[in-house]
Design a protein around this ligand. Structure first.
Ligand code: CDV
Length: 308
């Protein structure tokens, strides 16, 4: 008998990664991902969420001068020759996964992308990051860069929602998790689970007063999004010191109640696995955040009108 595709309970894993050195070969990195996928399958997981840019170091943290080096960070095909083994493992293990990667399209457009891959190893959904933080140009005095606006275009696919098993999944990427609109648009689209990966420095050069709050604000964003939209959020970090930049961990699975059900303990490769009840979404959406009964978008415009 195959897996029960109608079940409203699932086991999910945030597959946190430690740093990926610039010197790492893609095959080495893929081995780490496959090991996590295998570990998750042993724990009975149906859905694994990998971080943003899970195949490479987070290269927007520095100015890449060499064109060949820059090209090496993007995937032209997914799956491609360097990533096929991960897709084969998903099929063999019957596990679905979400993978963040840098995408180069056929017409040479560049996006910060996440793909949802089903248990047959097929890409069934793509999302391209909309809220790109950082700068186009190098910040001379900064200890490290965020050049996402240089290396990527703003995503052009909107916040899509993908039916999967007996639920609907929405994807987001890193900085998207700080924006209320991300979760609200996905919730309006019917998403019950939001999967997102992140690369978040432990310090913010332009706002040092927030440095002591980085871990708090990471969880705050995801917990608020989960609660205010009655959804499960699976957030996965690329953590630890990568090419000189310290990144937070804190990968977590968060319930529609806003509670963190499971959280990473390390800054390295680690699975954060827990069972989730999708009917909790239904209950919260029926009893508290019943959009149809209580949400009043037609009145929100007047609040923004100037008083004078
Ligand atoms: N990769 C990211 O989007 N990082 C941002 C940092 C730059 C603030 C984040 O929101 O975590």
């Amino acid at each position: 008998m195959g897996p029960d595709m109608t079940s409203r309970t699932l086991i999910v894993s945030a597959a946190q990664l430690g740093p990926i050195p610039a010197s790492a070969r893609r095959a080495e990195t893929l081995e780490r991902l496959i090991k996590l996928l295998e570990g998750a399958a042993k724990e009975g997981t149906q859905l694994v969420v990998f971080p943003e840019a899970a195949l490479t170091p987070f290269f927007p943290h520095w100015l890449v001068r060499d064109e060949d080096e820059l090209h090496s960070y993007y995937e032209k095909d997914l799956p491609g020759p360097d990533t096929q083994a991960l897709f084969d493992a998903a099929l063999e293990l019957q596990v679905s996964f979400v993978l963040g990667y840098a995408e180069r399209t056929e017409d040479e457009r560049l996006f910060n992308t996440a793909a949802l891959v089903d248990e047959h190893g097929k890409v069934i959904h793509r999302y391209r990051k909309i809220h790109l933080p950082g700068f186009q140009t190098v910040q001379e005095k900064a200890p490290f860069q965020n050049l996402e606006k240089r290396y990527f275009e703003v995503g052009d696919l909107g916040f899509g929602v993908q039916p999967w098993r007996n639920t609907k999944i929405g994807l987001a990427i890193c900085n998207d998790r700080r924006w209320a609109e991300t979760y609200r648009v996905l919730a309006i689209g019917g998403a019950e689970i939001v999967c997102l990966g992140y690369n978040t420095p432990a310090s913010t050069p332009h706002l040092p007063e927030s440095d002591a709050l980085v871990n708090f604000q990471n969880h705050l964003s995801m917990q608020a999004g989960a609660y205010q939209n009655s959804m499960w959020v699976i957030g996965t970090a690329k953590a630890g010191t990568e090419e000189g930049v310290n990144q937070i961990g804190g990968s977590a699975v968060i319930a529609p109640s806003g509670e963190i059900l499971a959280v990473a303990k390390t800054l390295g490769d680690e699975l954060v696995t827990t069972e989730i009840d999708l009917d909790m979404v239904t209950r919260y959406r029926r009893e508290i955040f019943n959009f149809a009964q209580h949400r009043r978008p037609e009145h929100y415009r007047s609040i923004a009108r100037p008083l004078s």
